[in-house]
Ligand binder design. Sequence first.
Ligand SMILES: Cc1cc2nc3c(=O)[nH]c(=O)nc-3n(C[C@H](O)[C@H](O)[C@H](O)COP(=O)(O)OP(=O)(O)OC[C@H]3O[C@@H](n4cnc5c(N)ncnc54)[C@H](O)[C@@H]3O)c2cc1C
Length: 346
Amino acid sequence: MTQQHIAILGAGMAGVACARTLMQAGHRVTVFEKSRGFGGRMSTRQTVFGSFDHGTQYFTVRDERFALALTTVPQTVRPWSANAVRVLDPQGRMVEAALPSREAHYVATPGMNALVSRWAEPLVQADAVHSETRVVKIERDALNKQRWQLRTVGADDAQQVFSGFDVVLSAMPSNQLADLLRASSLAQPWQQALGKVEVAPCWTLMLAFPQAMQARMQALGPQWNAARSTHHRISWVARESSKPGREPIERWTVQASPAWSQEHINDNPERIIDKMLKGFAEVTGIRATPSHAQAHRWLYAQTLTPLGQSHLWDARLGLGACGDWCLGHRVENAFVSGLELALKVA
Ligand SMILES: Cc1cc2nc3c(=O)[nH]c(=O)nc-3n(C[C@H](O)[C@H](O)[C@H](O)COP(=O)(O)OP(=O)(O)OC[C@H]3O[C@@H](n4cnc5c(N)ncnc54)[C@H](O)[C@@H]3O)c2cc1C
């Protein structure tokens, strides 16, 4: 094997699965991530009341390669049950409708971002990660036209050029990759393929009720810890404090439905909080005023129409792409996509 210098853009599940595999195969890997930490949409928000998994809620395991990889981090992965389904009955009341699915659900501890962070440790130890570094252009290396260089912007708006890459692999969401390819005037056929991938937004509300600890209000709330719902605004609610390894203060994460999120995509967060709180009360019966209410807008949350193949790879150019959007809308899809791209390149 000839060692190659490989740039990976994005340190979510797909990017880290890809980077680790290529590093294990003996390649020199450099990861660029625009945020401060690892995990992308497997993210955890810290507040004074405790943490919120405001992106991925839980994950399922169907691919044996993902199952095997998870056995390497037994302390970081715990079962957690998403255990109810709430639907509107003919009178318009939210009721429990069906038994939960039998498929096992898992979360990372102490927060959802911990899984990717754990898997990224060898990359950090090898000094192979540039965080807070957004890639804004891919272009031919000024000194060697067979290679690639990347133009980047840092947190302080500092611009830098990183050069000497044999291969560039994107592990960014599809819309952001399409923008980058356009800005770089690259891979026209991929731009068309990416145009067919559809991804829905998601407004997410984080609520904390510290008063529940004193008043034992948990008993007033629902007996379940998480539920899907057919409410026109709310598609999912989960009691964060029920997840293993979390702080005990009563906290809920609430997701708006894709259609409602799209309809209200440009509303201001105060208006979103108001409306989602009403929906939350209707789904859970909890009408107390939260001490903490914060809304987060995910512009690209859930793949509706995937690419339909696990990755994109052009061996002649030395360009590739992976991400959940290749196969679906789940964490495991991101892992499989990153892994299969790495195996192709290695
Ligand atoms: C609200 C919400 C709820 C979800 N719930 C679930 C669930 O319950 N179960 C489940 O399995 N999945 C769920 N998902 C989906 C799951 O989070 C994704 O499938 C998975 O995390 C995608 O991983 P990824 O690596 O493909 O992309 P991402 O996690 O999006 O990672 C991409 C990374 O690229 C970085 N990046 C982007 N542009 C640049 C750039 N120009 N330069 C450098 N870095 C860049 C980003 O900062 C990010 O870290 C949910 C997602 C959301 C948003």
